[in-house]
Design a protein. Sequence first.
Lengths: 324, 285, 325
Amino acid sequence: MRKYIIKRLIMLIPVLLGVTFIVFLLMYFAPGDPVQMLLGDSATQAEIDALTHELGRDKSFWGQFFSYVGGLLRLDFGTSYFTKTSVLKEILTRFPNTVILAVFGCLLSVLIGISTGVIAAVKQYSIFDNIATAIALIGVSMPSFWLGLLLVMLFALNLKILPASGSYGPAYFVMPIICLGVNGAANIMRTTRSTMLETIRQDYIRTARGKGQTEWNVIMHHALKNALISIVTVIGVLFGNLLGVTTVLCETVFAIPGIGKFLIDSIGKRDQPCVMGCVLFMAILFSLVNLGVDILYSYIDPRIKSQYENASKVKKAAVKESST
Amino acid sequence: MKQKKTHGQFGEILYRFTRNRLAVFGVIVIGILIVMALLADYIAPYGFDEQNLAAAKTPPCAQYIFGTDNFGRDIFSRIIYGAQISLQVGVIAVAIGLVVGGTAGIFAAFYGGRADTVIMRFMDVLMAIPGMLLAISIAASLGPGLRNMMIAIGIASSPGFARVVRASFLTVKGNEYVEAARSIGASDAHIIFRHILPNAVAPVIVHATLGVASAILSCATLSFLGMGIQPPQAEWGAMLSAARSYLRTQPYMAIFPGLFIMITVFSFNVIGDGIRDAIDPRLKD
Amino acid sequence: MEDKKVLLDIRNLTVQYKTRKGTVEAVNNIDLCVNKGETIGLVGETGAGKTTTALAIMGLLPVPPAVIPNGEIFFDGEDLLLKPEKEMRKIRGGKISMIYQDPMTALNPIMTVGDQIVEMIVLHDRCSAAEAQTKACEILEMVGIPAVRFSEYPHQFSGGMKQRVVIAIALACNPSLLIADEPTTALDVTVQAQVMEMMNKLKRELDTAMILITHDLGIVAEICDKVAIMYAGEIIEYGTAEDIFDNHRHPYTEGLFGSIPNLEEDQDRLSPIPGLMPDPTTLPEGCNFAERCPYAKPECSRGAVMTSRLSKTHVCRCIMAEKEV
């Protein structure tokens, strides 16, 4: 198993290199010259040339790319054009806010999504099922930033029980987490319901009932555990999305200084090192989360686990045979 | 004879689809939106950038049923013009994603081996960036505007299409009738278009319909973030962005555009679900 | 014969499935009696209502759509249909257990086979986890699986081995009635005989009564004491193995035997029963088999056909038999 994890980590390297290249390519051709923006309209050509050289923007595309990758290998994501601080430092100071949002948003989604999904599946076509399914459908169709605005209007402006924006304490995170959680819960609820419906019809569920097992145990131990295999995949995708995308919107709506808001601000300022850093950082996180999900997967599903173990056994046997 | 059979299958699917009330509701809503968008010039009481500063910030009333914004523009008219943009982006972005991703998926599945590896590794790279983030990056690179936004959303959705197309292609390709066609010496193109495509197309249609929903959501998102449609063009996400400054005093400015995004996305979602259930009715009943 | 105690007595059982397309009459007014330690073969085509009958006994019918409008299922003198779910759970697995048709899907893929047996033991026997584990190992050995495979998962077993595990689960708590629903149809022919033989041996050792659902008359001849032939939800002929094999009276039973290749006689071709079973949502009036029956007369489709008792052990539902009595 450890071998498998190491192998997967090594396989991540070319993928991330590819991501770096694509992001770099995109930023290289992005319109607008940050030098012009930094110096303003009154700058002389000499000043422009000097700053262009200083930022390394006079090198060829490949020259710039390789010096960027070289920097990455030393964990150097470059420096911001505007604040002159290290991009990694800028990201890491904002990272906790984004992680809090993503983790709690995900937790809320999982708790609500799985529990309502299971109940809806067990009581298919009941009033609860119909209402929950309808709400979930609305939940996945609702733009999260609009939901954010509605929450602000309700809780901050009308009821005045929660602060509208900023990040000066736990209360400031309540609405953003609800905002993230609704969308995620709706997603997970739909997946849970449909996989549970499929699982409940399996023969081994009938076997469990035939043993005289209580309905609760049949659902929780036999059905849900099997259904989790599919649900976990969705949770992984959801967490990646929360980390990378939904937080962007939430942080923008609620003015929380996280990586997402930093990314959007940097795009606006044409601060390319920061944009690249943010996208790359999120891509790395996303890949690691997906890897974690795959590993979790193999712990739930013995069939997958034994596939890896068998594969390594077969390989070992083959190596032994060829060496003798 | 064969023609008749496929028609029968199609008829059966259509019948099952029409029995799904939610899906039919979705079709009706989208139908109304399309008509609204096409006839915007005749339906909309005002132009999308027709300002009437004297009537600025009027709450919903008989003259302005959804009220007016800070420039005195009629929100109802702007929503009608916004439908043009949303539907256009939804369809064209999905078409781009389908052409780019679909072609890649077909090549990968049909030729297999190295072509498959190279194409799918490239798709893995794109997939390593969460979809919306990729769209944001591409949009940042291309700059704002309708065309650039459609390209950004389309490209960002292409890896998903590549996967779906490849997967459904591979399952169909394994079927015996393809072997049979090959054994009688049919050409590659003939096999792809006559034998594989019609049978692989169902999951792709479902994915595309749901894709329209998420493309419309992406369009609104990008515009909300200021990276899509620029003012004074009327776009629902951009209208929401503008409404942010008036949440306290003019909440209706934020309610109606969001409502329309939601209804549109909801409708495409239920249509997609409806098609899926109609094609594969196992989970129903 | 009177000293044999009645274990299961089904009276007038009817099961219907209410669907949007109409009411499926899956089982119609059947009577069936199983004595202690006895083996009864339940024979019929796919869709004849055999599995529905089995699930009704287990109390595992999917409700909805299934409904039981009338009938009684007496087990040890008590009507199972009137028992509350809590008591049914004790009987299920403990007193009556079932072997399922497809061993490939009957086991939970993410639980070790050992744990699946232990689960059964813990539910019905008062014993510690360690004791249950020891007992599970013994049972595994009993069905011919080395106990070291206790902590392996179902996907690591072959079809025949999986069915042995299913049998081990079913027999783990010494049930007094075992319902085997086509236990060998999903297996390779070579494995079928092994599994059948083992099941029969264990059944005898444990003195368990068994309802064997099958459409394989060869197996029935080998191990069943009594045979019930089902057609379109009805038991159309019922008797001892001799009654059915040597002295069958119903045209359908006759047809069933005609469908088996006979190695001893030199036959050119099988004589299958023409036609299909009637649609269970719209059963014909009178005899369900009339449409396919070579001896059908106009009166077959008029009014209900009564069950006639041909001998102490042999009953038949056919107007021809009616006349004989």
